[in-house]
Design a protein around this ligand. Structure first.
Ligand SMILES: CC(C)(COP(=O)(O)OP(=O)(O)OC[C@H]1O[C@@H](n2cnc3c(N)ncnc32)[C@H](O)[C@@H]1OP(=O)(O)O)[C@@H](O)C(=O)NCCC(=O)NCCS
Length: 165
């Protein structure tokens, strides 16, 4: 019903362009980045993560497809990280196209990912989710992911009603 298929190299550039755009939008919406230069900042982060683009070692790009492999329903990108013997996968991007949402595709894609990760000798999967993204948080909670921390931020230099005393 839903399968993860290795992304064809020729589809990578358009995937990357839309992911850079969406990541900038997410950072603006979350309040993490100002509007100005958000796209350039996003592009720089992707270039940092993927110095060799599609061929960057330890990075895996998939299309989420229907089982007949006719429709691209979404995308999933993860990387393998190893530190002091702890081998884990980190999901950098997951997306199901608007029209295919709430049909269980992300859920099944994540189960398929677990099988792939186990074959790669990975013992845990991590990810980042913006706090405003209630849809994704609901999915991750359902799948058994737990929160290990939270980034916080305060914009300073603006008047607030907080009493410093
Ligand atoms: C988050 C996202 C990947 C979910 O994909 P999806 O295929 O619609 O998710 P599923 O259909 O597999 O949902 C499985 C469960 O997750 C939860 N869930 C998913 N979307 C939800 C929503 N919009 N509201 C509430 N719960 C939701 C529900 O528990 C759902 O089960 P149910 O439909 O039986 O209630 C999709 O909304 C998306 O691509 N969003 C934009 C990109 C994004 O936010 N990516 C995550 C970045 S961290």
């Amino acid at each position: 019903m839903t399968v993860l298929v290795k992304m064809p190299a020729e589809n990578f550039d358009s995937y990357l362009a839309s992911s850079i755009h969406e990541y900038a939008e997410e950072n603006i919406t979350s309040g993490r980045w100002p509007l100005e230069a958000a796209q350039a900042r996003s592009k720089a982060e992707f270039e940092n993560l993927l110095p060799q683009g599609f061929s960057t070692p330890d990075n895996y790009f998939f299309e989420i497809m229907d089982s007949q492999r006719e429709l691209v329903l979404g995308y999933l990108w993860f990387a393998i990280k190893e530190s002091f013997g702890d081998r884990s996968a980190f999901i950098y991007d997951v997306k199901v196209k608007d029209v295919y949402r709430r049909q269980g595709h992300a859920k099944r894609a994540f189960f398929a990912l677990e099988s792939i990760a186990l074959r790669l000798n990975v013992t845990s999967i991590g990810l980042h989710v913006f706090s405003y993204n209630e849809n994704a948080k609901a999915l991750y909670e359902l799948l058994g992911y737990f929160v290990t921390g939270a980034n916080m931020r305060k914009n300073i230099g603006i008047q607030t009603n907080i009493d410093p005393n």
